[in-house]
Design a protein around this ligand. Structure first.
Ligand SMILES: CC(C)(COP(=O)(O)OP(=O)(O)OC[C@H]1O[C@@H](n2cnc3c(N)ncnc32)[C@H](O)[C@@H]1OP(=O)(O)O)[C@@H](O)C(=O)NCCC(=O)NCCS
Length: 172
């Protein structure tokens, strides 16, 4: 397990090509993909997302979406991480997605905050954005709880999105 970030209750590790079934199982619940706009069709499709989108980010940018495991049993509970979007002027997006059984325990906030801290302190990133659909109250709350600032609503990937940003306090 290639652990990137450790928090009090969580481990974040890089995904591997063997993890397609995890991505697929996570996306099977329609409540999980209700506000994400990217349903996964089957395990082959999940493998494609892994190989073409998730894994290349690690090599290209030294960050990406990371698999999240809860301590002490190391159960896979979802993912969280930073994604560079070349098509959006290389902005870096904070994202997260968890199995329903792990909602409401503060895991998303714990993981997202740790990713922001890692992005600023370890990777020296200048700016990180976070977005959620206006109806996705839980996700918006996570961004707020991480200390990100609301900068406006816009259409992103054909969906209305509320955008938040955080600027690296260590860079002047
Ligand atoms: C959004 C999501 C990541 C939140 O995960 P979580 O682990 O339950 O979040 P946390 O426990 O850290 O909760 C953070 C805050 O949001 C609140 N919250 C979470 N879900 C909520 C909901 N559905 N409605 C209202 N508030 C909610 C919590 O109460 C908490 O606020 P509080 O501390 O003031 O009480 C989770 O619901 C999820 O994976 N959803 C599906 C995927 C998704 O939508 N990802 C985001 C796409 S932009």
């Amino acid at each position: 397990m290639n652990i990137v970030i450790e928090t009090e209750r969580l481990l974040l590790r890089t995904f591997t090509p063997e993890d397609a079934h995890l991505i697929y199982e996570l996306n099977l619940d329609p409540d999980v993909t209700l506000y994400t706009g990217d349903p996964v069709r089957n395990e082959t499709h999940a493998a494609e997302i892994l190989e073409k989108v998730i894994l290349p980010q690690y090599a290209l940018y030294n960050h990406g979406r990371w698999a999240v495991h809860s301590k002490p049993g190391l159960e896979f509970i979802g993912w969280c991480g930073l994604k560079t979007r070349p098509e959006r002027d290389y902005e870096i997006d904070l994202g997260y997605r968890f199995f329903k059984h792990s909602w409401g325990k503060g895991y998303a906030t714990e993981a997202a905050f740790a990713c922001l801290k890692y992005g600023f302190e370890k990777l020296g990133l200048q700016r990180i954005v976070g977005r959620a659909m206006p109806a996705n109250i839980g996700s918006l709350r996570v961004l707020e709880k991480c200390g990100m600032h609301y900068i406006g609503e816009e259409m992103v990937d054909d969906h209305p999105a509320k955008t938040y940003e955080a600027i690296n306090p260590l860079i002047h």
